[in-house]
Design a binder for this molecule. Structure first.
Ligand code: TYD
Length: 219
């Protein structure tokens, strides 16, 4: 069976990527495509435990290398259990975050550097890279404000995933600039959506990009 199509969504917390992933999944399914959605960290039994461990603000100190290794442990599980089988069945796989997140957050934010992250990617994921990455990178302040509002909501719902959100602004500046570097380096794979247009405008733009890319690949 033909290999499917692998799409990842990237961006800062509060960039709107999870909303856009859901909308794209809905529209692809409505046009009859088989779609698998997942997220990192998480999506598998092991991944959900890694997620709880890494994201809960009660987890005090995690060494940056341990954090990177756990992100890749989650990814290894996700590839074997979800992504590779779905692609082998010809599905369009939509994944909320992938290795670019590790390069941006651990490589950039935590200062581990890109080389270490990319070396670990080769060891764990081989040559599996997304066919297309949608990088939602609106203004840094707009993203941070949105993430903060959401955290206040989440706190009242007892779902504490705020360890990263507690980071200072300088951390997010490093994440942001690492994302821009990735996009500049990998212009064929990464499409950056940098403005803060309304959700439905971005939705339509993403649908068009995905359609063009899939046509290009099928030629
Ligand atoms: P996510 O659930 O996508 O958060 P949000 O919905 O707020 O964007 O991701 C959780 C957090 O994990 C996010 O702050 C980024 C971080 N993260 C890393 O630091 N490295 C990684 O490799 C991944 C996948 C996520």
């Amino acid at each position: 069976m033909s290999r499917g199509f692998f799409i990842t969504f990237e961006g800062l917390d509060g960039s709107g990527k999870s909303t856009q992933l859901k909308l794209l999944a809905r529209s692809l399914r409505a046009s009859g495509h088989a779609v698998t959605t997942t997220r990192q960290p998480g999506g598998t039994e092991l991944g959900d435990q890694v997620r709880a461990l890494l994201l809960n603000s009660k987890t005090r100190y995690v060494a940056p290398l341990a954090e990177m290794a756990l992100m890749f442990a989650d990814r290894a599980q996700s590839i074997q259990q979800i992504i590779a089988p779905a692609l082998a069945q010809g599905h369009i796989v939509l994944c909320d975050r992938f290795t670019d997140s590790t390069e941006a957050y651990q490589g950039g934010g935590r200062g581990l550097g890109s080389e270490r992250v990319l070396a670990m990617h080769r060891a764990v994921c081989g040559d599996l890279w997304p066919d297309l990455t949608l990088l939602l990178l609106p203004d840094l302040d707009a993203s941070l404000a949105r993430a903060r509002r959401r955290n206040v909501r989440q706190q009242t719902q007892d779902a504490d995933e705020n360890r990263f959100e507690a980071e200072e602004r300088a951390f997010y500046e490093r994440v942001y600039s690492q994302y821009r570097e990735i996009a500049a380096r990998d212009v064929l794979r990464v499409v950056t959506i940098a403005d803060d247009a309304p959700v439905d405008v971005i939705e339509k733009r993403i649908e068009k990009i995905v359609e063009e890319r899939r046509l290009l690949r099928s030629r």
